[in-house]
Design a protein around this ligand. Sequence first.
Ligand code: C5P
Length: 232
Amino acid sequence: MGKDVIIACDFASAEKTFEFLDKFTGRKPFVKIGMELFYAAGPEIVREIKRRGHKIFLDLKLHDIPNTVKKAMAVLSGLDVDVCNLHAGGTSAMMTAALEGLTRADGTRPLLIAVTQLTSTDQQSMERDLLIKEPIDEVVMHYAETAKNAGLDGVVCSPLEAGKVHERCGADFLTVTPGVRFADGEVGDQKRVMTPADAKKVGSDYIVVGRPITQAADPVAAYERCVSEFVD
Ligand code: C5P
């Protein structure tokens, strides 16, 4: 799969989501569906967005015992999503089981990527709450390598980490990077950001962009700007 821009459809209802997606009359963007929308609108919204011709990254970040994750992944695979994810913190056994659950009878499966340490976790909270004492950058890289060794396709990470992940895990190991802002745009609550053009330079494979597109006066123009900076 080549480089692409994924729009984070962080809307609270199916109605608001379709009102947004209806604006895209030309090229159908790759969309990310997160917990809020999935829990509000259910699996039917995944089917409907797929029917409309979009690729889908279903961002549900699974984390449970291997057998439970395997069975849940089999259900998500049946929804025909293109990318789904889990927490690498569930360990290799959980990741291997997830891959088994995702793989369809014909051998195909959605891409599976891992969340390493959440970007909301910092060194202090990791040491205090998780009793992990290593430097957080090392922990993130270790989780990425564990995901790679379990057979996963990539990780969600900051664009600032994309280059290092590729060095450690190989050029083919996907980096899917949120925290993207236009040079002249609002940063909002994201702390460490990069422009689409810089994310391209550091080797991100996919950028996940939410508010700079969803809250723009002209979302289609904002999306096209992301595509021209990142992909073209
Ligand atoms: O609106 P914004 O561009 O900040 O949206 C980024 C999207 O990526 C949101 O859906 C957010 O939950 C997600 N995300 C993130 N940082 C991570 C993991 C996911 O911003 N580390």
